[in-house]
Design a protein around this ligand. Structure first.
Ligand SMILES: CC(C)(COP(=O)(O)OP(=O)(O)OC[C@H]1O[C@@H](n2cnc3c(N)ncnc32)[C@H](O)[C@@H]1OP(=O)(O)O)[C@@H](O)C(=O)NCCC(=O)NCCS
Length: 218
């Protein structure tokens, strides 16, 4: 597995040595249950989870640049997701320690993982879901450019013995390429605006035109 890097983060495989840090965040009932898994019960429990669930291929510890793990993100490949049975499709999953919420760290990590999925792993589509009521995760997927695909009533959440409503979103490779193009164009507009080369009104008009032309509302 590779080590991936973004402006603020390093994504690298989990190590059983990280059990204490994992437990610190994963014991919080605000973290696991919205994603469908119970809070960790001890450092030993976290160590076991590193050795089993988090050691699967393409699962990465989300680390600050000093190497400290603060969350997890992964591409769940065929066999470890119920969203697809195709070799060229996978499911994106993520969570972050609560003290770090709200800094757009997971969107940053997810953008890099999507690039990895499409450019390096040969994926054609990435699925991503959230349970009804998880507005934070819904927003992450919206900001990444995922498109709504379907909703499923009465999904079993086996680890919590609950039944919920699930929303399933899709990013095809074609859609991802279009989002990249849109973001590149938007970045140019942002630079022009910052340098005062265009007025705020010209910026708004150009961004509106771009959104309309590309059918993207990011
Ligand atoms: C979902 C999650 C990974 C988002 O990560 P993040 O790096 O904080 O993402 P963002 O900073 O982009 O914030 C996403 C949204 O959360 C909300 N939010 C941010 N900080 C928050 C906070 N401290 N408290 C409550 N909500 C907050 C905002 O609505 C934000 O959307 P915005 O862009 O419209 O402002 C994180 O909240 C989490 O780990 N939640 C629990 C686990 C989970 O639900 N995993 C996903 C399962 S599908």
């Amino acid at each position: 597995m590779m080590i991936l890097e973004t402006k603020r983060l390093i994504l690298r495989p989990w190590d059983p040595e990280n059990a204490e840090e994992l437990y610190q965040y994963a014991k919080d009932p605000a973290v696991g249950p919205p994603a469908g898994w119970p809070p960790h019960t001890s450092v030993d429990n976290s160590r076991q989870i590193i050795k089993t669930v988090l050691s699967q291929p393409e699962v990465y510890a989300v680390c600050l640049k000093d190497g400290k793990p603060i969350g997890s993100i992964g591409l769940h490949l065929k066999g470890s997701t119920d969203m697809t049975d195709q070799d060229t499709e996978c499911e994106l999953g993520y969570w972050l320690g609560k003290p770090y919420w709200g800094q757009r760290l997971i969107p940053e990590a997810a953008r890099e993982l999507l690039r990895h999925a499409f450019m390096e792993l040969g994926m054609q589509a990435v699925w991503c879901g959230y349970y009804e009521g998880n507005e934070k995760s819904r927003r992450v997927q919206e900001k990444l450019g995922f498109e709504f695909h379907h909703k499923t009533e009465k999904v079993d959440v086996p680890l919590l013995q609950e039944v919920r409503t699930g929303y399933c979103n899709l990013m095809t490779k074609q859609r991802w390429q279009k989002v990249q193009l849109f973001l590149n164009q938007k970045e140019l507009l942002d630079i022009f605006r910052q340098k005062n080369a265009i007025s705020q009104a010209q910026y708004n008009k150009s961004l509106g035109d771009l959104r309309e032309k590309m059918g993207i509302s990011l």
